[in-house]
Design a protein around this ligand. Sequence first.
Ligand code: CDP
Ligand code: CDP
Length: 198
Amino acid sequence: MPFVIAIDGPAASGKGTIARALAARFGFHHLDTGLLYRATGAKGGDPISAAATLEIGDLARPDLRSAEAGQAASQIAAIPEVRQALLDFQRRFAAQEPGAVLDGRDIGTVICPDAPVKLYVVASDQVRAERRAAELGADPVEMLAQLQERDRRDSERATAPLKPADDAVLIDTSTLDIDQAIAVAVAEVERVRSGALS
Ligand code: CDP
Ligand code: CDP
């Protein structure tokens, strides 16, 4: 059975950075599931048919990382039919040998509830806003308001809201640099893998 690492958490908490590092370290496939929602929102038109007809090429659109694309993504991500249309692709991705790392909002709760490793990555609102603002060359105060609005929408929606799975391990990156955050995540994966082998 392929090994699945599920990583969830609020915006700009460091999920993607940890996910990419774990995939490289263990030779696993990596899917940034936020891109599916960003690309669906960026296609415009009816979001349900945009999700149903999403193609790999759509994930390479320019500007998907912008704050505007993030806001549009979180609006269409509240539509249950949009989430349903993107479900199979994510489950198939997770089933690839030798393993896969998926990061998003509902990976540990809905997409891969049986994943042996579930991480829930958080950081203070201030730290997340500063990091994302630095990344996008944006104003941290404006970014803070945007991230908080998006987190609220993601947490309060009825379908697959942002929340930790009961068995998720919390990683707070507020005071961790990237290498330290990755080391904590690697240690957790090693712990589970060594248990599974013994
Ligand atoms: O995927 P997610 O939106 O959760 O966050 P990310 O894109 O991995 O990280 C957001 C920004 O914070 C990036 O610029 C990372 O390099 C940075 N970061 C950091 O400075 N320290 C960490 N421990 C983790 C991420
Ligand atoms: O990188 P960042 O955390 O800022 O955002 P993202 O992971 O690219 O996700 C963009 C938006 O897509 C989120 O605010 C959610 O509304 C939505 N999303 C979701 O609903 N479920 C996922 N598994 C991933 C993203």
